[in-house]
Design a protein around this ligand. Structure first.
Ligand code: GAL
Length: 352
């Protein structure tokens, strides 16, 4: 089932639409055409009570004025580019600088702040919506006109499938993700520290204190980033490892063992489970990395239904290329060639 309502208006009066995708198990996901934001994700855990497993806001203004990317699609480049500088085929480019000296999540006016064109693809058992955006040449400093398409599908297996497509008329970079903050106990239920996670990653990319990778691809063995068997989130967070200190918690890219360059298949990379609700989230992707971020800087952030979100109230599993890839010769490349067809897929499956 697919339900379409108005969520509000942009400052210039443009309508922001909200699409509610519901399957026959009564799982529903609400998606905005603003930033492709996943605003609500309701799991019918108890007979007459849904658990909303993602953090979000209630107004367009909240989404536009916040800088935490709640639920949003990110572009053109997820995560950091050091000093916003990169070189493609001998040409130097300079992007927006919007976090310290660096570019974060595509710059000041990234894809999360844009109203996307929306088309309902299916309103039946596997409701599906297509969002499209044309990012002009030099948008936030990135070269090439980039045509982007994202298809969200809620399946009968209670999975949300996110497919990313793009083409460019000039060599460029493209590194998309979805920035949902999950709380499998419910968005208004406090910290996720008791959640247990498993991430099949034998390596991670250590950073400097500004979250820029050093270039090393380091083994996770004997570090807080060894999450290969089920581990409570509180465990890495309480470690005195320098990287945890730098990130003020977990805010790191894990190198996914399953990655196969150019694969179009989403393979299992990890899961999270809330002990109290026993809601499980399984993650599958074709992407090489996953930024695991525990909302370390939240302080009384006013979210949905007047909930005050605090540090560690959500955890992001941002499937993506590694940070600062264009400046790191040993990282999988996020370069998109002229007329190449980009495709990536991430699937979040909820078991309850
Ligand atoms: C994450 C990033 C964090 C923080 C957050 C947005 O992806 O790694 O450091 O910037 O986005 O608030």
């Amino acid at each position: 089932m697919m339900d379409q309502t108005s969520f509000g208006k942009m400052p210039d009066g443009e309508l922001v639409k909200q699409f509610c995708l519901t399957n026959s198990h009564n799982v529903s996901v609400e998606i905005l055409n603003l930033g492709g934001i996943i605003r609500r994700w309701l799991i019918p855990k108890d007979k007459d009570k849904h658990t909303d497993i993602v953090l979000g806001f209630d107004t367009v203004d909240d989404y536009l004025s916040d800088d935490s990317y709640l639920g949003a699609l990110i572009g053109r480049y997820s995560n950091r580019i050091s000093k916003g500088k990169f070189n493609l085929k001998g040409i130097d480019y300079q992007t927006d600088i919007n976090l310290g000296d660096n570019c974060l999540h595509g710059g000041n006016n990234g894809f999360n702040k844009k109203v996307w064109k929306s088309t309902v693809l299916s309103s039946g058992d596997n409701p599906s919506i297509m969002l499209q955006l044309s990012s002009p040449n030099d948008d936030q400093g990135f070269p090439g006109t980039l045509s982007v398409k994202v298809i969200y599908t809620l399946t009968e297996q209670n999975s949300l499938k996110i497919e990313y497509f793009a083409t460019t008329d000039q060599i460029t970079l493209y590194n998309p993700t979805n920035h949902s903050y999950f709380n499998l106990s419910g968005h208004n239920s406090g910290s996720v520290k008791a959640h247990e996670v498993q991430i099949l990653a034998s390596y991670y990319t250590p950073t400097d204190k500004n979250a820029i990778p050093t270039g090393e691809i380091a083994k996770v063995d004997d570090t807080p980033f060894d999450l290969r068997s089920m581990t409570a989130i509180s465990q890495p967070l309480s470690s005195d490892h320098q990287q945890i200190e730098y990130g003020n918690g977990l805010d790191h890219n894990l190198c996914l063992d399953s990655y196969i360059p150019h694969s179009k298949v989403a393979t299992y990379v990890g899961k999270a489970v809330a002990i109290d609700t026993a809601i499980n989230l399984k993650i599958y992707t074709s992407m090489p990395g996953m930024q695991v971020f525990t909302a370390n800087h939240f302080v009384n952030k006013k979210g949905k239904n007047n909930t005050d979100y605090q540090a560690q109230q959500g955890v992001c599993f941002e499937t993506q290329f590694y940070p600062d890839t264009p400046n790191q010769p040993y990282f999988p490349s996020a370069t998109l060639e002229k007329n190449e067809n980009f495709y990536a897929i991430t699937v979040y499956e909820v078991l309850f």
